[in-house]
Design a protein around this ligand. Structure first.
Ligand SMILES: [Mn+2]
Length: 511
């Protein structure tokens, strides 16, 4: 039985779809066999014809649906057995998931084979039966076609038998509502759209929580007898020098992160991290780290994530502002984050374009690039936000409702970069190879893929001067250099209104 539904389970991600998990069904001795027809508007519009057998549902996808006219021989492609509970499924399957689209219960009732040996019938390729549904009635036949060479697809024909229930027309289009709930396909979809709004409310709640976890954290910084602690976290070697000229100690780095935590946590929290640690300061070697080592620290959570080879590896993320401090205690300077949040890992919500100028390119040209990119996004009706990179360029960041999957998200960002290159081939390149981007700005879209990261807002950079990747207003583009905001400036700036106040309130989505 488990073997029977293996295919069904393998094709689906049950954290994303509301379809039932395939488990072995109990034998219901003496009970009549159920059948169900589901109208399934997916990549292709079709009807799924399912017959209960041996605890599961034998299934065929019928592109045109069944017909009351015996002259119509309807193609029925055999698909994997579905779990018994699928007979009750009506709703939507998320876009991007297997069978993504809308499912309506089109007919239901009982069926009875008119010959003994359903198993033999399936093997031989002929199944004759009576349907006693609300819409489909009488005798029907399923007959298998000869397999096409080299294909293991099973094509069958679904044919109405001659009896008192036949009609001249197919009759399918007479029924446009659910046999159980009376809803149209459109109404079923609308309910799902409302559910998305609900999800979006819980997302905002969570973001508020993250922000709140950093509120007043700087007041919990305690110094006593040369010892430093933040809300119970002891900081070792607070006097260790991390940046030189001007000098910045580890203790000051920790205090910086405590001060910006309220603003930073909604961007750095709940996202898979890749961090840069500099245990001997930035003049010594720093290293990237994306896998956790040892036990979880306060505010940091380990999470297994499937990589592109289908293997699970441990990654980690910050679950509250104290996690930022735990990292700083372990000499982390830079926080790089995924474009998706852990609650919706496969649906990214933060698109980042890094405008990366060739060496020696005038900053005025980089600013022009930012304006050109913003203009393009404006034309697409997409609200975008600006931050300094803390290095050579600026980052233009576009918030999304987590709905589209990585492929769509990634391809969209690539197309934006390609349009930039097409419009102004002498200024921009969408290609990261150094030779083709000579004297140009590389519109770096590559970080919008699954597993790629970009530096989090408010993160320090492990570069001379202790610069910060800082959210700024569009008006400031001409006055603030890409590496113009240092740690001490950032501490002043967070006393002012948040230039990214609206970031998570923007409800735009990729179709
Ligand atoms: Mn289907």
């Amino acid at each position: 039985m488990a073997e029977k539904l293996k295919k069904y389970n393998e094709k689906r991600d049950f954290e994303s779809t509301a379809e039932p998990v395939g488990k072995s069904a109990e034998k219901k001795a003496g009970k009549k066999l159920v059948f169900v027809v589901q109208h399934h508007l997916a990549r292709r519009d079709h009807y799924d014809f399912r017959l209960e057998w041996d605890g599961a549902l034998l299934s065929w996808a019928v592109p045109k649906g069944p017909s009351y006219n015996p002259a119509d021989k309807r193609l029925a492609v055999r698909v994997e057995d579905h779990p018994y509970d699928y007979k009750d499924f009506e709703g939507t399957i998320p876009k991007g998931e297997y069978g993504g689209g809308t499912v309506m219960l089109w007919d239901e009732g009982y069926w009875e084979p008119t010959h003994s040996g359903v198993k033999e019938g399936l093997e031989k390729g002929t199944l004759k039966f009576i349907l006693d549904g609300k819409r489909l009635k009488g005798g029907w036949t399923l007959v298998r076609l000869k397999p096409k060479e080299g294909k293991d697809e099973e094509n069958w024909l679904l044919i109405k038998e001659h009896d008192e229930f036949i009609k001249d027309e197919d009759g399918i289009s007479n029924y446009t509502t659910s046999v159980r709930t009376g809803r149209t396909m459109g109404e079923i979809e609308k309910v799902e759209a409302e559910r998305e709004i609900e999800n979006s409310a819980s997302r905002l709640e969570r973001l508020k929580e993250l922000s709140y976890s950093g509120k007043g954290l700087e007041k919990k910084v305690k110094t006593a007898g040369g010892k430093l602690s933040v809300d119970g976290i002891n900081i070792s070697n607070p006097d260790k020098l991390i940046f030189e000229n001007p000098d910045v100690t580890k203790g000051e780095v920790v205090k910086y992160y405590a001060a910006v935590a309220e603003r930073m946590a909604p961007y750095a929290g709940d996202r898979i991290l890749s961090i840069v640690r500099c245990p001997k300061g930035i003049s010594s070697s720093c290293f990237f780290k994306k896998h956790p080592v040892g036990a979880d620290n306060k505010g940091i959570v380990t999470m297994p994530v499937e990589n592109s080879d289908g293997e699970k590896e441990d990654y980690f993320y910050i679950e509250n502002a104290l996690g930022i401090i735990s990292e700083a205690q372990m000499d982390t300077l830079e926080f790089h984050v995924w474009g998706s949040r852990v609650q919706t890992l496969e649906r990214p919500d933060m698109m980042v374009f890094d405008l990366d100028p060739d060496v020696g390119l005038d900053v005025g040209k980089v600013r022009q690039g930012v304006r050109d990119l913003k203009g393009l996004l404006d034309e697409l009706n997409l609200v975008s936000f600006l931050k300094t990179s803390g290095g050579k360029g600026y980052h233009v960041v576009v918030p999304f409702i987590p709905s589209a999957e990585w492929d769509i998200f990634h391809d969209f960002s690539k197309r934006v970069a390609e349009v930039m290159e097409k419009k102004w081939p002498d200024r921009y390149s969408s290609n990261m190879r150094k030779v083709v981007r000579k004297d140009k700005i590389f519109i770096d879209w590559v970080r919008n893929g699954r597993g790629a990261t970009s530096v989090a807002p408010y993160s320090l950079r492990a570069r001379p001067g202790a610069s910060v990747s800082m959210p700024i207003t569009w008006k400031e583009l001409d006055t603030v250099a890409p590496d113009g905001i240092k740690m001490k400036d950032a501490l002043e700036r967070i006393k002012e209104p948040d230039p990214w106040e609206e970031f998570y309130k923007i409800e735009q989505r990729l179709k």
